[in-house]
Structure formats: C-alpha cells, structure tokens
Ligand binder design. Structure first.
Ligand code: AGP
Length: 603
C-alpha cells in the first residue's frame, strides 16, 4: 500500500528519500516519485514500476546542501498505475504526496473545475494541491491556506505538501492513515508512514494523531488540531534493523517461515508463570460482565480469528462470532455491552479493521487488539492490546504473523478459561504444557521442505486447488489456499471437508488438485471419508497426515500428533512451504506479489 517519506536537512536528499522508500517497498506499490526543494526551486521525478526505474530516472540529479524532500510509493486506488497518476501531484507552485482516500474529492474537483482548474490525473490526491493553491488566493499565509484545505477534506489521509510560496517547510496532515515525524541530534527532521524508513536516521519519533496537521521547518515543529496548537510528544525509536536482511534465505517469506519457532518463543515470553497464563497488559476487569466475543479482522488475520472461534468456545466456553471487518462495517451490527470486541491485525493499520474497531468503541463495547505493531493506529485506539511479537514481517504473504496470532489467541483462550473456570485443572495444565512446547515443534524439517520442493513441480498446471479440512483445520485450509493464491496466482479455495459433497464435488476430476488436512486428533475418520469421496472421483490428492493414507497421490507425513494444536502448527508450515515452492517454480516475486500490499489502508 502507499508509502510516504519526507526529509528536512543537509544530506543528499535524493539518495536519502529513495533509500527511505526502499524500506517501504515490501508493502507493495506500483509507481513511485520524489520532489526535492532547494533554494526555492522544486525538482520532481516519477516512474511506474519498481523503485529502480525511479533511480534510473534520477541518476544525473544531485541534491546536496540544505533543503527538503518528499517521496511516495503508490498503490493505485483512483486511476491506473500510470506515471501521471503517480505522486507527487503538483499545482503551480506546490507538490503533494498522499496516502489514503479523499472521500469528497469529486465535490472539490467540481468546484475547482468551475473555477477553471484543469486536472491531469485521475487521482483524488491532485484536488488537494489545487485546493491549497486556490485557498492561497484568499489567505494571509501558506499555513492558513493549508489549514483551510485540510479542514475541508473528508476521508483518510496522510499528506505532505511543499510549496515555493513557503520554501524550507513541509506542511503535513494526518487522519485515519499513519504518519510519523522523526528527529535526531543533527537537527534533521523526517517523515514516514511507518517506523521502517526512520530507523537509523531518526532518534526520536512522534506518532501523529488523527485530525492533527501542521508545518515542519528546520527550526520548528508546529502541530495543530482543530485550529488549536498542540504539543508534539516524542519517544525513542528502537534501532533494530536486522529484519532487513534475508540471512541467506531466498526470500523474506522463506526466512519468516523458518523464524516461526523463534518468534513464537517471543510471543510466549513472560506470559506463562507457575503454570498459569499471565497477561499483565490486560485491564484487570476486562472480562467482567462479558458473555460473548466478537472477532473482526481481514485476510489472514480473519483466518486466525476463525481458528480462535473454535478454541474460545471449546476452552473458555464463551460464545464467539467471527466477522470479516469489511462486512461488519455496513451490516448495522447489533452490539451489546456484554460483548468483548476483538480485532486482529498484523499491521495495525488495516482500514476496514480500524473502522470496525471505531464502530465497536462508539457503541461502548470493551475492545481488545491482537496486533503485531506497537503504536499502530489499531493499538492506539483499542482499550487493550496483546502484542503478538512476530517482529517486522516483510513478505506480503503473511506467515509468522499468522502463527503468532493463533498462538496469542490460544494463550488468551487459556487465560479466559482460567478466569471462568470453564475447564478442569488437568485440561488447563495440558494446554499450557503443549503451548510451552509449540516453539520447538515449529522448527522446519529440512527433509519435508525438500520433499515439498520436489513435489511442487507436479502442482503447476491444473484447473484449481481445493484445500480441505474440518473444525480448526478448516480455517487452516482457508489460509493454505490464500497463501497459494497470493504468491502463485493459481486459483485455490479453502473448503470444509464435509461440505465438498454439497456442491464443489461437481468440479472434481484428475486435474483438480486437493490438499487434504487429515489430523489424527480431530475428526480423523470423518475427514478420511470425505477424502475418499474425492478419490473415488479421480481427484489428484495430496494428503497431509501423521497416518499413512493409501489412496493419496502424494503424501506428507507429519510427526507430532499429541495435541490438536501441534498438528495445526505442523500442517501450517507445510502449507506455507508448499505455496512458496510452487510460486518459486512459477518464477513469481514471492515477497512482493502482484496487486497486493502489505498494509491495506484503504477501504
Ligand atoms: C496475508 O497474507 C495478506 N496479505 C492479507 O490477507 C492480510 O492478512 C490482510 O490484509 C489483513 O492485514 P492485517 O493483518 O495487517 O490487518
């Protein structure tokens, strides 16, 4: 999704801003651009495709000495991914970069068009720079014009604007899209739409709040909200950049699959004491008066939520609904105060999930975020947060984030079971013992990986995949299908194994690939029957199970069937590696799949 960076200082600005955009590449984008202002002159460059195209375009341009710069990676929402639609957009004197969507851009565009403005692009962003220049005509200062402009916008935005009318300043505004200011001891100032481009440059950062706007110049940070000056609060920025290296793996996604054992250890760290789950981050009274749970999330996080639905009801014996955030928002949901509202998000910036959280908060519900990114918008809005501690995930296709989400939700379900006395002591002990052993069972087995690598060549051409499973292995099947779709671009569907006979079985023939999850600990015989029904109709079947299955065309043997969650996590790794190896064989960009963005900050 779109990324924003900005800089005020004396370094080579082009290099600095291009490198900063490089840190945001993993989020997905389809064009990029920069604008550099020095001694009152602005030079701007844009290019479609990857950043190397922009680097090529700017190779003869230098920008040493004091000045300012802004940069942007665009993920198309309004208008195709063309150079004209790429940011920065410009008026007569000013350039702007923007993340988000301006909802009232049509009204503004009509008003400006009636005043003679001609627009070059199809974007919503371009209207903002022209509105600013229009407001300049009736304002005493550039700041007044910017303030008027921002206050007339509706929608989501993180904006940086530079203008020759007020050289050496960057005007900024934030609403429902992240924007961070950074500073260091050398008096350099930075902007970023996430921490990543600021690490190594800024020492302290200020996470702007919704509705804040202002202007930054070398000597001053002026911050406002609703026409009133507010103070900026800076905090130290951790400087750990190790996530940026692939450490010998071919792709970040592969590295992140292998990291799961370690990061799950982090997820559990300090949260199990004396055979009890301890979640000190939660409000002591969070569960008082709570009789049901509603979980809202998107994509992979939604699958983690679906898995949690099974665990919560089974262990904590609490009614749990799981809803896709984009559906929840407009269904006029009935919300009662005895419901705990849980949102799950890797990035903490997903617009649909964030908006769902706002609805729940406005309805007076207690809220809890399960999130990987501290200080993200979702974390700041929720009353309570449990951080999943997966570390920065660079692969657009989520892997370790999913594993840590499921582990965190399992942890939470045991915690609730403790509080509600919903299961006996022995059961609690066995859950905690298993949970403690999960990190070591997540080590990737090299032989299995190699087998999947070889096997993947048989699964490149067919007319689609069905991933099937029952119970908690159904959300895992959904996740396996999503992983494959995202990075291989092959059609795949996740389906409850028992539901195939109600329709999809009509699709079955030898070119239909079925990946069947056949755990020992959960409905083994029932699932086996469902697989046999497919085998009888000549489907090509890959079975993943601890028990040999004669009718399988291909078979991956799992090792640990002592607990349902051991089976879940072991099969999860196999599905992730299968998707990876198929995508590698197809020659796809595994870390940055087409059309996808790491953090989806539009509705
Ligand atoms: C996962 O592989 C995806 N790329 C995507 O489905 C993602 O899980 C979804 O967009 C939600 O993101 P979030 O967890 O950051 O809220």
């Amino acid at each position: 999704m779109c990324g924003i960076v900005g800089y005020i200082g004396g370094k080579e600005k082009k290099e600095l801003v291009l490198n900063a955009l490089g840190e945001l590449e993993y989020r997905g984008y389809d064009s990029a651009g920069i604008a550099v202002m020095k001694e009152g002159r602005i030079d701007a460059f844009k290019a479609t495709g990857k950043l190397k195209n922009l680097q090529e375009k700017t190779k003869n341009f230098t920008s040493e000495g004091d000045g300012i710069a802004i940069g942007h990676t665009r993920w198309a929402t309004h208008g195709k991914p063309t150079e004209i639609n790429a940011h920065p957009h410009f008026g007569q004197h000013s350039y702007i970069v923007h993340n988000g969507i301006i909802e009232n851009y049509r009204e503004i565009k009509e008003m400006l068009t009636s005043k003679g403005v001609t627009f070059l692009s199809q974007t919503d962003t371009e209207v903002v720079v022209y509105l600013f220049e229009h407001n300049l005509q009736t304002s005493k200062s550039a700041f007044e014009a910017f303030e008027k402009t921002v206050l007339s916008l509706r929608g989501a935005y993180a904006i940086l604007l530079i203008t020759t009318i007020a050289p050496n300043s960057i005007f900024f505004a934030k609403n429902a899209a992240p924007l961070i200011i950074g500073k260091n001891d050398e008096k350099e100032l930075f902007f970023g739409s996430s921490d990543a481009p600021l690490i190594g440059h800024a020492k302290e950062v200020c996470y702007l709040e919704d509705g804040q706007y202002g202007v930054l110049s070398k000597n001053e940070i002026l911050l406002f909200a609703d026409k009133k000056k507010v103070s900026s609060i800076f905090r130290d920025l951790p400087q750990d950049k190790s996530y940026a290296q692939k450490e010998g793996f071919r792709f970040f996604m592969e590295k992140e699959i292998y990291e799961q054992s370690r990061v799950l250890g982090e997820t559990l760290m300090g949260r199990i004491k004396n055979n009890e789950i301890v979640l000190e981050e939660l409000d002591e009274y969070l569960f008082d008066g709570i009789n049901s749970i509603k979980i809202c999330a998107c994509g992979t996080s939604y699958h983690a939520g679906l898995a949690a639905g099974y665990i919560f009801e089974r262990l904590a014996k609490i009614r749990t609904d799981v809803v896709i955030a984009s559906e929840f928002r407009y269904k006029e949901p009935l919300l009662t105060p005895d419901t705990l509202f849980i949102v799950i998000s890797q990035s903490g910036e997903t617009a649909d999930t964030l908006e769902a959280l706002k609805i729940a908060k406005n309805a007076g519900l207690k809220t809890l975020a399960i999130c990987n990114v501290d200080n993200s918008s979702i974390v700041r809005l929720a009353d309570n947060t449990i951080l999943t501690r997966a570390g920065i995930e660079k692969g657009v296709a989520s892997t370790k984030a999913f594993a840590t989400q499921v582990a965190t939700l399992w942890l939470l379900s045991i915690f609730m079971a403790q509080k509600r006395n919903s299961v006996g002591k022995e059961r609690l002990k066995s859950e905690i013992d298993t949970l403690l052993r999960i990190p070591s069972s997540l080590n990737v087995d090299n032989a299995t990986h190699e087998k999947l690598r070889r096997l993947s060549k048989r699964y490149l051409h067919g007319h689609g995949f069905f991933f099937i499973g029952r119970d908690i292995f159904y959300p895992l099947a959904l996740e396996g299908a999503l992983k494959l779709k995202e990075i291989s671009y092959l059609h795949a569907e996740g389906y409850p194994a028992g539901e195939m006979k109600h329709g999809p079985i009509a699709l079955v023939d030898s070119k239909l690939f079925t990946v069947a999850l056949l755990p020992k600990t959960m409905l083994y015989d029932k699932t086996k029957n469902n697989i046999e029904e497919l085998s009888a109709r000549d489907a090509t079947i890959l079975v993943i199970s601890p028990e040999q299955f004669e009718l399988a065309d291909d078979f991956i043997k799992t090792k640990n069937s002592s607990h349902v969650m051991n089976e879940f996590f072991e099969m999860m790794i196999i599905l992730q590696l299968l998707a990876l190896e198929i995508a590698v064989r197809l020659g796809n960009d595994v870390d940055m799949p087409r059309n996808l963005a790491k953090s989806v900050t539009v509705e």
